[in-house]
Design a protein around this ligand. Structure first.
Ligand code: SF4
Length: 389
């Protein structure tokens, strides 16, 4: 059987969202959940008609509607989550197809986060609660309310996971900010107690802290041999502090350097979300990390922003496209392993038709938040306006 159009995840993995919903993977929204805590993952995995249908579609060579995103990503020349997972489970493909088993868990203990990144939203960050309230967003609540919901959910998730005996070999922990969540530390301690240090662990972190309630994540992770830390950094210094509201560049860099030194087995991934907010300074960020050998070229992962739409590169004015193309081509000549990814970004904005109305929405949204936060995109990136009609 050829597996080129198949995704192994429906046979091998499951995701628990910040609100306790079971979905198939992090590329899906909570609206596509097929269960919720306290329903047991294993039972749902075996009996959910939703999952059965997705598996059936794949086996019949069809692309399930909910998986279109991965295939579109591949068409754009990027590496999809599907390909990444297929590669990871390549040696177990046949076994899993014959006998589905949850080997991979993607878990978000809660949305507790100390940042309110411009490209994020309240469902993924408690840091957004206050601004969302001021903006009249339906998900707005006071910060205290948001935090208390987060704590409750963290406890429930921890308790639930500790009562499970899934044959997990890979666990991805996202947030919120996982290194701020006490339950994440307890969960890792439990893995150590159970002598599961061979479990592959993946974290997505804003790198703001490595310590929580006196526990040190670096020390806790040292017995694990497979660790991947996906570090969200969108810009150098002030740019990162503007986009990732709440971040402090010096702290971030100090934590990054400490991890590199004290957790050498960890694979550090630089993961900038590429949007209109940082497109003109992205090469500066990459040159900084690559030039100082803080990161390998192969460990840069450019995440092209999809939402909110007004920050999308699809809204780039033509003049800016030319400048960025030139900039990226120069960078690509120096860093050959990055070329494909830079090309993918170029391809993304080249394929979009510029609509001035959408660019105006970008300015409106940016100005609105600037006023709320007493910040200024114009001051941060004065050259942006030069390329606008
Ligand atoms: S194809 Fe993509 S969206 Fe679908 S299950 Fe696999 S990784 Fe998730």
């Amino acid at each position: 059987m050829t597996h080129s159009n198949l995704c192994i995840l429906p046979w091998a993995g499951i995701e628990l969202t910040t609100r306790g919903k079971w979905t198939l993977c992090c590329r899906m929204s909570e609206e596509q959940a097929f269960g919720a805590l306290p329903e047991k993952a294993q039972e749902l995995f075996e009996s959910s008609p939703y999952l059965k249908k997705i598996r059936q579609d794949f086996l019949e060579g069809k692309i399930p509607t909910e998986c279109q995103g991965c295939f579109e990503e591949e068409k754009r020349g990027g590496q999809s989550y599907r390909q990444e997972m297929n590669q990871y489970f390549s040696k177990q493909f046949e076994v899993l197809l014959n006998q589905p088993q949850i080997r991979f868990l993607d878990v978000r203990f809660s949305n507790r986060c100390n940042f309110a990144c411009r490209t994020c939203r309240p469902v993924a960050s408690t840091g957004w609660a206050q601004d969302a309230l001021m903006m009249g967003l339906p998900t707005g609540s006071s910060f205290t309310e948001a935090l208390s919901k987060a704590s409750k959910h963290e406890e429930e998730t921890l308790e639930f996971l500790q009562s499970q005996t899934l044959p997990l070999e890979k666990i991805q922990i996202m947030g919120g900010e996982p290194f701020l969540i006490p339950a994440v530390y307890s969960f890792i301690e439990r893995l150590i107690e159970q002598k599961k240090q061979n479990t592959a662990l993946i974290f997505n972190t804003n790198m703001s802290t490595l310590i929580c309630e006196g526990k040190d994540i670096v020390k806790l992770l040292s017995p694990f041999s497979q660790i991947r830390l996906i570090v969200s950094i969108d810009g150098l210094g002030k740019v990162n502090e503007y986009i990732r509201h709440g971040s402090k560049w010096d702290d971030l860099l100090a934590n990054f350097l400490r991890l590199k030194k004290e957790l050498p087995q960890a694979e550090l991934i630089l993961y900038p979300t590429v949007s209109l907010l940082n497109i003109l300074s992205l090469s500066e960020l990459l040159a900084y990390f690559l030039g100082r050998q803080l990161i390998d070229e192969k460990n840069v992962l450019l995440n092209i922003l999809e939402r909110p739409q007004y920050y999308s590169l699809a809204n780039m004015p033509p003049l800016m496209k030319n400048v960025v193309k030139e900039d990226f081509q120069k960078l690509g000549k120096k860093h050959l392993l990055l070329q494909k990814q830079l090309q993918r970004v170029i391809h993304f904005f080249e394929a979009a038709t510029f609509e001035e109305e959408h660019l105006q929405q970008f300015f409106q949204a940016t100005k609105f938040l600037d006023q709320l936060r007493q910040e200024s995109f114009e001051e941060l990136c004065p050259k942006f306006r030069l390329f606008c009609p």
